[in-house]
Design a protein around this ligand. Structure first.
Ligand code: SF4
Length: 143
């Protein structure tokens, strides 16, 4: 069950659904159950959600986090805006929502709010997570 305070968010999510997004979800749902029932891999449809990391950097040092420990084994740095836009351009008609964080503090990437705006312009519901250290009036209004 959801709380009353979540209603605007739920309406926001629903307002961004389109026939193509729902149809893509149905294809994924069918693929999953077909594969499960017939024990044979069958794949149809595109990802309905993706997680994109705006940056791997963080100002904190939480001990359970590779970003906090500075212990990544992969390349690190800020996501390039061109790559982000090109990914959104390719998937915009299929994505039901975008998770715009993973490890790293999103606000460290100076292009973060532009990325949120680009996803919103392309009718994609976007989720993020922040440690809150970079929030002020102007970033909150931007968000
Ligand atoms: S990304 Fe999150 S969990 Fe990791 S160090 Fe920063 S605040 Fe802590």
């Amino acid at each position: 069950m959801f709380r009353k305070s979540q209603l605007p968010d739920i309406l926001n999510f629903l307002s961004k659904l389109t026939f193509f997004k729902i149809w893509n979800f149905c294809q994924l749902f069918f693929s999953y159950h077909y594969s499960r029932i017939f024990k044979k891999a069958f794949h149809y449809g595109m990802p309905m959600t993706i997680s994109i990391e705006p940056t791997t950097a963080c100002n904190l040092r939480c001990p359970e986090c590779p970003s906090g420990l500075r212990s990544f084994t992969r390349k690190t740095g800020n996501l390039k805006t061109d790559f982000f836009r090109s990914t959104i351009d390719q998937l915009q008609h299929k994505l039901m929502y975008l998770i715009l964080y993973f490890q790293g503090e999103p606000y460290i990437n100076p292009q973060f709010l532009d990325m949120v705006a680009y996803a919103n312009k392309n009718n994609i519901y976007t989720i993020t997570s922040t440690n809150g250290h970079f929030l002020d009036d102007s970033t909150l209004k931007g968000l």
